[in-house]
Write a protein that binds this ligand. Sequence first.
Ligand code: OSB
Ligand code: MG
Length: 395
Amino acid sequence: MTRRVQATAAGGAATVEDVKTPTPIRLDALELRLVRMDLIEPFETSFGRVSSRRVLLVRLEAEGAFGWGEVVAGDEPLYSYETVETAWHALRDHFAPALLGGRVASLAELAARLARFRGHPMARAGIETAYADLAARLRGESLSHVLGGVRTEVPVGVSLGIQATVDALLLRVERHLELGYRRIKLKIKPGWDVDPVAAVRRRHPGILLSVDANAAYTLEDGAHLLKLDEFDLLMIEQPLQHDDLLDHAALQKKLKTPLCLDESITGLRRAEQALAAGACRIVNMKTGRVGGYSQALAIHDLCRARGVPLWCGGMLESGIGRAHNIALASLVGFTLPGDISASRRYYDRDLIVPEVELRPNGAIAVPEAPGIGFDVDMDYLGAQTERAERVTPHA
Ligand code: OSB
Ligand code: MG
């Protein structure tokens, strides 16, 4: 993996070839933890409703150092086919044995060791994110810096779930605008689309507003989706099937509003194909969905080279995944507000200290401390852990 970053925070020019540890390092152990996180209120999308979830955390140990990663898979295979259990299996039984006991010098080497395995992008990303945190800590640099980030704060928006009534939605839009969020994204599905969008747009004519269908429609609904063109939306995210490109391209031809793809962009090749086909004009980046930082950085560079707006999506992450998203969103190609909210948006208490906070200007500070830049609250983490296993090399 070779990549270029134009500017450093200091304003100079720098080239980031890869994410490297100072010297090749022996990977000693992988600790897996399933952690219970209760949401402040249920979050509903076109594919389901979640009020409590289990988060799979990965702690990679190497010669006395460690790094934290997060697997963004859910309890059920709804957003994608992965679950916390399939990721646990892939990590413990396949990825860890392929890595532990061996030395790696860079993210590219780590990715290469796993390249023969197919699929399981979220599990893969769990280990790549842990490695990047570890590498940054060993270098004594922030994760943002190691990834080639240039921003000191990242502008953010908020994703609002499907509500029982339009009034309940309007209340939540109001509340989050008051907090400073710079873009409102509404989850939509058949039966909850034009009316709530029209109501929010009527009440807030000037805001950045977008919608996300999580693949709830088909091209047959094209005429209905064209009605969304009148609301001056920033984008319509993943209206059609989760693995589709061509129907999205056909729909984009008829729509004025830019389409953004989330679920369909599963890696660099798919991103190239999506842009070549005209399937979207904006890309949502999720490190978990694309299989980790090696793919995420390559897609970032592609979008930047093509002038395609990019933003960082979210998956209801704990503070660990949230911290990774903040670091990634500090890269120059992330030109639109991300779905990276404050910890409080979803959780009463987070696994990190301090928790992620929103500035009144609707941005989140990019930490400067080494690695992800937050401490893990080991007491709370211990209290919330439902299962833990330390995987070491087979003798
Ligand atoms: O499609 O972006 C999505 C949450 C879970 C699964 C998929 C999505 C989402 C969100 C919430 O929209 C983003 C967040 O704030 O974490
Ligand atoms: Mg989405």
